[in-house]
Design a protein around this ligand. Structure first.
Ligand SMILES: [Zn+2]
Length: 257
């Protein structure tokens, strides 16, 4: 049987050997179950986080923990909002507690190097809280554990942005919901799950600089996307994905060398 990077594929004995004797980095993918327009699947975020974690784990000899598929509540101005069917969110307290518990368990079993790879914009500050609490509690109990948290799409090379958004302009990561970036990456990694005949070309939403409760569904384009994925291609996906894989790999090598 070929050796896998997925914790779920390993026996307890093999997992134990990898994280203790080999001191492997345990990578925890965290995503979301969220609408991504008519053309992308609900699992886009957690599947991409898992893909990134696996590729980075292969490069650094790491192990990928069972993914945390659900994520923080979708915000209207960054994820299209919580009101669409299929957008299945955790509240902040649940997400913080869930991630903290998983990190503490991984450390309790002997891992000293843990990375949290995030693909859902709204998770950010709640993952920060979970990582901070877990590390602090471990430190107080005398455990030497280092945790790295990363939203891989946070930094994109300017020359890549020029190629990807040629003639269009980068709308910003907050509006990259179901747009060129996510659609292209999915075309490269999970082509069978993308339906390009369903991509719509709507103008960018003109959000006011505030939020309102209850949410106003009229703020969000009909498809649920916040920018158009019309110009997405598999080649753009390859460019972005390979850049992010290299970035995650080098950051983890840097912090865990
Ligand atoms: Zn997404």
């Amino acid at each position: 049987m070929p050796s896998s990077v997925m914790m779920s594929d390993l026996s307890w004995e093999e997992y134990c050997r990898r994280i203790t004797e080999e001191d492997a980095v345990v990578i925890v993918p965290v995503g979301a179950v969220e609408q991504h327009g008519y053309h992308l699947p609900l699992g886009t975020d957690w599947m991409m986080a898992t893909y990134m974690a696996c590729r980075a784990a292969e490069n650094i000899g790491g192990v990928v923990a069972a993914p945390i598929a659900y994520g923080a509540r979708s915000q209207v101005r960054t994820g299209g909002g919580p009101h669409r069917c299929g957008t299945t969110n955790l509240c902040a307290e649940t997400l913080i507690a869930l991630v903290r518990d998983v990190l503490m368990e991984i450390a309790r079993h002997g891992a000293r190097k843990i990375a949290v790879i995030d693909s859902h914009f709204e998770n950010r500050f709640f993952l920060d809280e979970a990582c901070y609490r877990a590390q602090e509690e471990l430190r107080v109990s005398g455990r030497d554990v280092r945790i790295v948290k990363m939203l891989y799409a946070e930094r994109i090379k300017p020359e890549t942005l020029e190629i990807v958004y040629k003639g269009i302009g980068y709308p910003g990561l907050d509006l990259e919901h179901g747009g060129i970036l996510e659609t292209s990456m999915m075309l490269y990694c999970y082509p069978d799950l993308v339906n390009m005949t369903k991509v719509v070309d709507e103008p960018l939403p003109a959000f006011p600089p505030y939020d309102v409760y209850p949410v106003n569904p009229d703020w969000v384009p009909q498809s649920g996307c916040l920018s158009s994925g019309k110009a997405a291609t598999r080649e753009i996906g390859e460019l972005l994905v390979e850049e992010f894989v290299a970035l995650v790999t080098s950051c983890l090598r840097q912090e865990f060398r």
